[in-house]
Ligand binder design. Structure first.
Ligand SMILES: Nc1ncnc2c1ncn2[C@@H]1O[C@H](COP(=O)(O)OP(=O)(O)OP(=O)(O)O)[C@@H](O)[C@H]1O
Ligand SMILES: [Mg+2]
Length: 282
């Protein structure tokens, strides 16, 4: 279980403060599938980096499975990351000189898993993403969709309980996007907690719960009643849910069912203007 309370992250840039996260409180229960949505610059990656213990908040508390993360040393945090969390990034983040096999094997080497067990687990992971026939290929010898499938295999080979995916389909065509979404939904169906970051409403609509960020704050948090894994086509064609959560429409989550959090902000109430559309946030 993930519990964020009043998380703030402020970047100082040329004497100006950027409030990348401006008081985010969020609880994600085990086995949930949550989409974090928001325009470019709204704070999605900043939030994911904090949830993934890749970065720390300036203020607020973050508990993962009842453990206050800021109480852990860097080394303890990296152990927690390695054991519990699988990351998938938009740019795949594979090591270019390593083969698909070696990329997937690496986190197991860090964990000190024996060579024999590594081999079994790497092959099992590559089979799951349908790439057992590409083990010796380097990233530049693979298509984008295949590279992302290697990255998914690398994320799942450690058997994490939490999968964090930051725009995992952002660089993929529609066919590969479907492959990756199917894989992620499968991981969720198998019991993993899945946090999927996207600015794409169609992708977000596939998640049973959607949290929308705007200027570093949560402006809506909506979920479907059933806690099934959103595989059904009804979830895919449900424009009302995302449309009613659009901050720019002036509407909030009030009309959505099961809204956990009250809208916390009216857009434009912040003095510092955060670049929402520049697309240069990463
Ligand atoms: N290292 C940094 N230094 C200064 N400002 C930063 C830094 N990282 C992020 N920011 C700013 O914080 C805000 C949130 O950035 P973040 O990367 O979380 O946005 P995002 O929602 O992931 O955007 P995108 O959809 O473009 O990936 C942005 O205004 C960005 O410019
Ligand atoms: Mg981002």
């Amino acid at each position: 279980m993930i519990e964020l309370h009043d998380i703030r992250k402020i970047y100082q840039l040329g004497g100006e403060e950027v409030h990348a996260l401006d008081g985010v409180s969020l609880t994600i229960r085990d086995h949930e599938f949550v989409a974090i949505i928001g325009a470019s610059g709204s704070g999605k990656s900043t939030l994911m980096n904090i949830i993934g213990c890749l970065d720390t908040a300036d203020e607020g508390t973050y508990m993962i499975d009842g453990q206050e993360v800021s109480d852990l040393s860097e080394r303890q945090q990296s152990i927690l990351r390695n054991r519990k969390i699988g990351f998938i990034f938009q740019q795949f983040n594979l090591l270019p000189k390593l083969t698909a096999y070696e990329n997937v094997e690496l986190p197991l080497i860090y964990q000190g898993v024996s060579a024999h067990e590594r081999r079994e687990r790497v092959m099992e992971a590559l089979e799951k993403v349908d790439l057992a026939h590409r083990v010796h290929h380097r990233p530049n010898q693979l298509s984008g969709g295949q590279q992302q499938r290697v990255a998914v295999a690398r994320a799942l080979v450690t058997r994490p309980t939490l999968i964090l995916a930051d725009e995992p389909t952002g660089n993929l065509d529609s066919h590969s996007t479907k492959d990756i979404m199917d894989l992620l939904k499968n991981l969720h169906a198998q019991g993993n907690t899945l946090v999927l970051i996207t600015h794409d409403n169609e992708i977000a609509a596939q998640a049973p719960r959607r949290v929308r960020l705007f200027d570093g704050r949560i402006i809506s948090d909506s979920r479907q009643d059933s806690d099934s894994s959103a595989d059904g086509p009804e979830h895919l064609s449900d424009p009302d849910h995302t449309a009613s959560a659009d901050p720019l429409s002036g509407q909030t989550a009030a009309s959505e069912n099961q809204s956990e959090e009250q809208p916390q902000v009216s857009p434009g109430s912040r003095e510092s203007s955060v670049d929402r559309n520049g697309g240069d946030a990463q």
